[in-house]
Design a binder for this molecule. Structure first.
Ligand code: T46
Length: 135
C-alpha cells in the first residue's frame, strides 16, 4: 500500500441514521500487521510526551476521541500533524522521532504497533537518534 506523503491515511466512515462507525482493517487500512494496541488518555493539560524513535516498531496513531498534535522529525524533514478526526490515521516509521502534544481534555489516542512492547526498541536520546538515522 502506498503511503501518502503526509503519512496520514483516511479510513472509510460507515454511517447511518444511528451514528458513525470507522473501520481499521488489518489487511487493507494500514501498511503493516499489528501485534499490539494501546491507548493514551486523561493526559494532563500542557503535557508533551513521546520524545523517542524506534529501531523496528511501526505504529499507526488515531485520535478516536478529541485531538492532539504530533511533531515528527526523520532528520530529512520535520512536520507537525494535527490528529483531529477518528478517520485520520498517522503512520509512524521506526525512524520518526515523535512528540505528542496539545492533547484536548477528551483525547483518546489509540496506537496500533507492529511489535510487542520492548524497552530496548526505544531510542530516547536525540543524539543517539541522529547517530542511528543520520546517515
Ligand atoms: C509511542 C507513543 C506514540 C508498557 O509497559 N507497554 C507498552 O506497550 C507501552 C506502550 C508502554 N509501556 C510502559 C512504558 C512506560 O513505563 O508504559 C509507560 C509509559 O510509556 P511511554 O513513556 O513510552 O509513553 P509515551 O506516550 O511516551 O509513548 C507511547 C509508546 O510507548 C511509544 O511506543 O510511540 O506512545
Amino acid at each position: 500500500m502506498k503511503i501518502p506523503e503526509s503519512r496520514v491515511i483516511e479510513v472509510k466512515e460507515l454511517g447511518d441514521e444511528r451514528g458513525l462507525l470507522a473501520v481499521i482493517d488489518g489487511e487493507t487500512s494500514i501498511p503493516f500487521e499489528f501485534k499490539r494496541v494501546f491507548y493514551i488518555y486523561n493526559t494532563i493539560s500542557g503535557v508533551r510526551r513521546g520524545y523517542h524513535a524506534h529501531y523496528k516498531t511501526r505504529q499507526a496513531l488515531v485520535c478516536v476521541s478529541g485531538s492532539c498534535k504530533v511533531f515528527l522529525d526523520n532528520i530529512r524533514r520535520k512536520e507537525d500533524v494535527l490528529l483531529d478526526s477518528p478517520r485520520k490515521i498517522l503512520i509512524l516509521e521506526p525512524n520518526d522521532w515523535h512528540e505528542m502534544y496539545d492533547f484536548s481534555p477528551n483525547c483518546v489516542l489509540l496506537v496500533l504497533a507492529s511489535h510487542l512492547y520492548d524497552a530496548e526498541d526505544y531510542i530516547r536520546d536525540y543524539e543517539k537518534f541522529k547517530e542511528v538515522y543520520g546517515g
